[in-house]
Write a protein that binds this ligand. Structure first.
Ligand code: NDP
Ligand code: 2IT
Length: 451
């Protein structure tokens, strides 16, 4: 009976969140996944429930939305929408990426910023949660068009950010080129050089290992999970989705560790390489995606590999899966297919790539499941260290930063085990990551009183 009353209260809380945020299914999905896991913990900690921490944490500090007007190469005026969600500043300056993709809307950025709060807390570094971006599509645009868009975008964003206020970085569609244009405009408008963005180029304050950090971190996290079962990457068949920043460096680290990476994909289709990608093919992918901005099909054409238009990697037989493209790219049918094919581990390089129903399939099958806020936290962790280096005006070596990245991923894993061990032989990493990320933010909020 008592349990039912508590479940009723969770349902009522979620119904309120859904009602207050209409047309934002991804935001609701993220809040639901977190709240369900947090609820039993909150029952045991009435001080958090009494202070209504979860109600406050699901309401952004503020949302900035603005018009971005720019002129394309043919002289036409174009209008896009820009956003910055400053979700929670409880434990540090707002921190999180910018996404440029036609699918971007308020609900998607709110889900990303909400996840970022707990992810950033898990890194142990002092960073609050934020996210931003635009529905601008960099695909098919010239460098000059991208530059003009970025300059216009920053001409509004600059007044809302700062090294101690809000520090943006990259995400889908925002890589080294875009960060350069954005930071260049920010520096020009402010006339001061500060570490107000991360993911910067090495010539102007970037950190070594930042480009690699999300992908490498996702593999380090997978290693930690495998270690709990006395397993490792070597000789394992790996399915990677996407072929952008996260996918590329996930594949690179897997290959280095002796894994056999048999898939890469993009929004058009999947390439399957039964022999396993080698460093030559990966170098081809990096040039294709980062410089020539082509389609993944060209990898298959170049090396005579299998290509399936409109398909994803999840029906291919593999031991370890690294969804590294976008949200909700892995549904319940795909999850069942992976389980049936003997997959033992999922490490989410992307943010919320697994649908709600699919996570339940993995939980039931008791797979090693590393949720994005833990598994892909390496990227923002090294962003945090880029901020540190900028403030200290020093540059750490590659091996110094890589060692710190390994240490942070291992600490995040420990936190997940601490809060997520539900039996001798099973760690609920979703539970562990959500509670482990929540505690510090909640304690800070308690200390602040009713703000
Ligand atoms: P990139 O823009 O570098 O690459 C994105 C990749 O995902 C591309 O291969 C793209 O294919 C594919 N993709 C994007 N949207 C879709 C879609 N709707 N359907 C299918 N495929 C899609 O982005 P990142 O690699 O930086 O980001 C990938 C994921 O990782 C995102 O979820 C991001 O939030 C997350 N992440 C990124 C971090 C970072 O440091 N960059 C840190 C932590 C998480 P196509 O080229 O065809 O669009
Ligand atoms: O989702 C993410 O963690 C990122 N896109 C990286 C954010 C950052 O500030 O480096």
């Amino acid at each position: 009976m008592a349990m039912e009353i508590k479940q009723d209260r969770l349902d009522a809380f979620l119904a309120r969140v859904e009602h207050r945020n209409p047309g934002e299914p991804e935001f609701f999905q993220a809040v639901r996944e977190v709240s369900e896991k947090l609820w039993p913990f909150l029952q045991k900690h009435p001080e958090f429930a009494k202070a209504r921490i979860l109600e406050r944490l699901t309401e952004p500090d503020r949302v900035v939305m603005f018009r971005v007007t720019w002129v394309d190469d043919s002289g036409q005026i174009q209008v896009n929408r820009g956003y910055r969600i400053q979700f929670s500043g409880a434990i540090g300056p707002y921190k999180g990426g910018l996404r440029f993709h036609p699918s971007v809307n308020l609900g998607i950025l709110k889900f990303l910023a909400f996840e970022q709060i707990l992810k950033n807390s898990l890194t142990t570094l002092p960073m609050g949660g934020g996210k931003g971006g635009s529905d601008f599509d960099p695909k098919g645009k010239s460098d000059n068009e991208v530059m003009r868009f970025c300059q216009s975008f920053m001409s509004e964003l600059f007044r809302h950010i700062g090294k101690n206020i809000d520090v943006p970085a990259g995400d889908i569609g925002v890589g080294e080129r875009e960060i350069g244009y954005l930071f260049g405009q920010y520096r020009r408008l402010r006339n001061e050089f500060t570490g107000t963005m991360t993911g910067k180029g090495m010539a102007y304050g970037g950190s070594l290992i930042r480009p690699e950090a999300t992908g490498y971190g996702s593999v380090y996290f997978a290693c930690e999970m495998l270690r709990t079962r006395n397993e490792d990457i070597s000789g394992r068949t790996c399915l990677v989705s996407g072929s952008g920043n996260v996918a590329q460096y996930t594949a690179e680290k897997l290959i280095e560790m002796g894994g056999k990476v048999i898939t890469l994909s993009d929004s058009s289709g999947v390439v399957v390489d039964h022999a396993g990608l080698d460093t030559e093919k990966l170098a081809y992918v990096m040039d294709l995606k980062n410089n020539r901005r082509g389609r993944i099909k060209e990898l298959a054409d170049e090396f005579g590999l299998e290509y399936h238009e409109g398909k994803d990697p999840w029906s291919v037989k593999g031991d370890l899966a690294f969804p590294s493209a976008t949200q909700n790219e892995l549904d319940a049918d795909s999850a069942r297919e992976l389980v049936k094919n003997g997959c033992i581990l999922i490490s989410e390089g992307a943010n919320m790539p697994t649908t709600y129903e699919a996570t339940k399939v993995f939980e039931e099958a008791r797979l090693l499941f590393g949720p994005g806020k833990a598994a892909n936290a390496g990227g923002v962790a090294i962003s945090g260290l880029e901020m540190t280096q900028n403030s200290m005006r020093v540059s750490w070596t590659r091996s110094e930063v890589d060692t710190k990245l390994k240490g942070i991923m291992s600490t995040i894993h420990d936190t997940c085990v601490e809060y997520g061990r539900v039996s001798d032989d099973y760690v609920d990493y979703i539970l562990g990551a959500n509670v482990g990320g929540f505690v510090k933010v909640a304690n800070a909020m308690l200390a602040f009183g009713a703000v």
